[in-house]
Design a protein around this ligand. Sequence first.
Ligand code: GLA
Length: 388
Amino acid sequence: MKTAAEVWFAPGRANLMGEHTDYNEGVVLPFALARGVTAAAAPRDDGLLVLRSKQVPDEAVTVSLDSLAPGSVRGWAAYPAGVAWSLGAAGYPVRGASVDVDSDLPVGAGVSSSAALECSVALALCSLSGLAVPRAELAGIAKRAENEFVGAPTGIIDQSAALLCEQGHAMLLDCGTLAATQVPFLPAAAGAAALIIDTRVAHALVSGEYAARRAECEEAARLLRVRALGSVTGLGGLGEIGDPMLRRRARHVITDCARARAMAAALLADDYADRADGAHGAGWRTADRDADTYRYLGKSLVEGHASLRDDFEVSWPEADVAVEVAMAAGAYGAKMIGGGFGGSVLALVPVDRDREVRAALTEAYAERGWIPPDFIDAVPSPAARRLR
Ligand code: GLA
């Protein structure tokens, strides 16, 4: 008799601020998307993991749980297989399972499809195996799968966002201490929209540039005599770094962390004022204040993008044009998200400019002979959960 499958979902993410800060033990400010990956998993008694993906039809990958080792599985199946390996390595051995995954996230678009895959499968395997793993710990286990099994030296933002974000909130996460603060973030209630612009240039994190940036940051931290750049709060000491390129890398990390903290503080202050006004019946100020807050958030996004483009040098032409064109069409602000060298731009847009912004972007890409951009509504959504 076939045992019914459990269905688990994990979302992709966008990040308001704090790019390439996670592996520097700095702060990040992501929110979960409505789109993501579902994993339907049924238990097996033969110690095998049988993996299928709707996006890769006609290919079932079968691996034996006791022969899993880094490098033993390649391609998309390395992510779910890596999660099973990493759970075992953390002292949580999982049972065999047939896992069917499906995704509505674009791959290589900087919206964290790999972490959504890892986290949906991780939750499904834990549940089938009767394992209760705290979510913050599970994020670290999924990250280890990506780092050691798949071989991408990423930080903790993506898995944390998939597992820990809350609906209607962004999450200020200190990647050094893993302390998380949920920050109310409701663009729709403020007359704004968060829009993901997929530039249709796919990035690959396993490629050398991401690892090169990590190494440059480590070298800059060594020169500043700190454990990680995330602990540096001012720019005053940067003179210690002789190499101008390393100085710029450090400046990006330090300023992006400062921007993430300031944006979280602005959102928290806005929420506090809304509540206070509500309590005093003076809600008429809210619309003005929302517009002020979103203008400020937008300005920060543009500064963050410039820092990623000029200081960290991970942007790409389609992203730079998307930011410029979105701004000219009335966006509050926009920046690239994710690792860079391809992927997506996140824009904050007054709702009444949303159509103009999309049209201007489509036209600008067509003029340059580029593949048309795709748009995803970025609605701050709940973290991973069981669907059935
Ligand atoms: C990728 C990585 C993350 C993070 C971002 C940049 O998405 O997976 O860990 O480093 O790049 O912020």
